[in-house]
Every structure is written in C-alpha cells, then in structure tokens.
Design a protein around this ligand. Structure first.
Ligand SMILES: [Zn+2]
Length: 251
C-alpha cells in the first residue's frame, strides 16, 4: 500500500489550526518528506511512523513556509541515530537556502553527523527526481514567485499515481504532471498573485483527467471554503476534498 499523508495544509500565514503545507509519501518500508516549513518529523511521530523510515527529503521551493524546518529535521534525525547520508532534492535555489540555513549552527561537536547529499533538480518538464524500490518521482517547473517544482509520483509496487502542484498558479508543468493521476494534491491559496484558487485547481484537474482532487495550502482569508469547494466540485465533475492535517490517502 502506498499513501500520501498531509503533514500540513496551511498557507504561510494560517490561523493556528493547520501546519504549513508538507507531505509524506509512505511506502511499505520508506518515507519521503516533501517540504518542511515547520516540523514534519513531529507529525510523523504523532502517526507512529518511525523516523528511521525517512529515506530522503524533497524541497519544492525556497520559501520559508516550505524550508525553514530543515535544520531541526536534520538535528532530530541525527539525535534519532541516523548516520547515513540524507539525500535532499529540489531546485538549486531551494537547496541553497536550506544549506545556508543549516550552516548557521556550529555542528562541529555533533559526532557522526551524517552527510547532506544535495541533489539539484533541473527546471525541465518530466525531469527524473529519483527512482527507488517504492517510488518513481519526476518533476516539472511550476509558476510561482521563486523557482518551484511540482511532482509526479508513481507507486512502484502497484502503479498508482499522485501529482503535487506545490505552490503556484495553474501551469503547463503541473498540468503535464497531473495527466490521468489517481490523486492530485493542488494548492488553493486563493486569488492571489503566484497562487491558485480552488476553482482554478479544479479546472486544471479536469483538464488533466485526474481522478480525485485534494486542496491544500489553505489560507484563513478564504472564509467561504465550503462554497469554494462546492464551486470546485462543479467544475471538476468529481470529488474535491479540503485537505486536513494528518489525513491519509492511498494512491
Ligand atoms: Zn511559496
């Protein structure tokens, strides 16, 4: 069974009820965390998912609500006993931010601190990110105020597919990634520059032929979420779910 877990579903400024948007891809053996604006490992602990299962991290873009928890993630993994390298994938810009953030601390006394294995992802449509025994992940650039990648994830054991928009307005890149997927996780911050409304996410999901749509990166300024969800359903012609922290979906 392969699932996506919503570790957080909030826009950068939430109302305190949600963590910043972050996902975990969970296979039988391994876990991949996508973005860490707060403390994704704490969320995994709440669910009883072993920290030792964390195989790698993907950062979709450099904004603080997607990267600022990275230094704490490294510290927690080290304290939990990790000693083998941690692959970190993402646009060069995002990796540079994470690298510089972590460099603010003197870690010279952290015995056995594992290596950070930086793996830049080119901003090209369909570029491979990684293929493991459980996940086959490709990326494409989205349209945001900084370089961003969306993801397409294929569950290797049974072929289920997921796409994640990360932050951004509706884009050709995300539409490409979402072609025929079983589940599209799309941001729905609202009608703001460099972001998407629920209705625009639904339109993209329809065009791509996605089977299910889950909305994340939800902003408290949108005070009529239920109405926006209903409008999105009418456009999509299928089920549209509002993401909730710690919700899990198989794909
Ligand atoms: Zn952003």
């Amino acid at each position: 069974m392969t699932e996506v877990i919503l570790l957080g579903t909030s826009a950068a400024l939430g109302d305190g009820s949600r963590e910043p948007t972050s996902l975990a891809l969970r296979g039988r053996e391994t876990t991949i965390v996508v973005d860490c604006g707060a403390n994704p490992l704490r969320q995994l602990q709440r669910l009883g998912i072993p920290l030792a299962s964390l195989e790698r991290v993907i950062l979709t873009h450099s904004h603080p609500d997607h990267t600022s928890g990275f230094p704490l993630l490294v510290e927690m993994l080290w304290l939990a006993g990790r000693r083998h390298p941690l692959p970190v994938h993402g646009p060069a810009d995002a990796l540079d931010v994470a690298r510089r953030a972590f460099a603010q601390w003197d870690t010279s006394l952290w015995q056995g601190l594992f290596e950070l294995d930086w793996r830049p992802v080119a901003l090209d449509q369909g570029v491979p990110v990684v293929r493991t025994a459980e996940f086959d992940i490709t990326a494409a650039p989205g349209v945001h105020s900084v370089p961003v990648i969306g993801l397409r994830v294929r569950a290797v054991p049974d072929g289920g597919t997921l796409a994640y928009s990360a932050d951004g307005e509706p884009s050709d890149g995300v539409r490409y990634l979402a072609q025929g997927v079983d589940l599209l996780v799309h941001e729905a911050t609202g009608d703001f520059p460099s972001h998407s409304s629920a209705e625009a996410a639904a339109q993209l999901a329809r065009e791509a032929g996605a089977r299910r749509l889950v909305l994340v990166h939800l902003a408290p300024q949108i005070d009529d979420l239920a109405a926006r969800q209903a409008a999105a359903r009418a456009i999509f012609g299928g089920d549209v779910l509002l993401g909730e922290d710690l919700a899990r979906y198989t794909f």
